[in-house]
Design a binder for this molecule. Sequence first.
Ligand code: SAM
Length: 246
Amino acid sequence: KGCLFLVPTPIGNLNDMTYRAVQTLQDADLVAAEDTRNTKNLLNHFEITTDLISFHEHNTAQRIPELVEKMNQGMNIAQVSDAGTPSISDPGKELVKAAIKAEIAVVPLPGATASTTALIASGISPQPFYFFGFLPRKGKERTEALVNLANREETTIVYESPYRVKKTLDDLSEKFGADRQITLARELTKLHEAFLRGSLADVIEYYQDNEPKGEYVLIIAGKPEVQSDTMSDGQIIQAVDRLIEA
Ligand code: SAM
């Protein structure tokens, strides 16, 4: 049997392609790509000549049995998305499940992803963190997701398109409170990489005069914990009792 290699690709800066990623794509029998034209450019840049096949959210059902069959026959397939790590808010997870079910080895390569790249520069506690990905766009699903996130104590990672950043910041402020800390990481690894750090109120004010441009990751601080060293009334009374006894 062949293997399924999961190969991250750069999220902007082409120098973030790893040696192993280049080698794996070159050695594979076939590259399953979210957008074959996009990936063809990447392969050309690194002088990789492997054949491509499209694998995206609209042909998943049809492609999975084909790809599993090819791997069963001995082909090594490398799966890539347009940018970053496959399966992370990108196609891949269904193929991984199918490969596991067919007892095909799944080989993940570490590499670029916008999520942890944004997290480590955010200045907000990097763990525990909760990766959410894209928020539902509207309706009850969106409200429920926001209410759920607002109550989490972990740092939350959200992906957002520039067209919805402002609306999302308003919604976050409503559900999380305007004081909650946030970092917006924009255009990571690219020329216009920038970080905006502050409270939701601060960043909303900033975007009153500035239009969001480029790709964004939102890193939102967790719900402030109830201070564990704060005593409840009962504990204080007990502590005072102990003092009197002593
Ligand atoms: N698989 C990718 C990963 O591992 O990060 C994510 C793909 S998802 C379709 C695209 C979203 O990732 C964008 O809308 C944005 O939120 C985030 N993203 C991707 N590249 C980025 C970058 N260079 N800077 C900031 N955010 C980025």
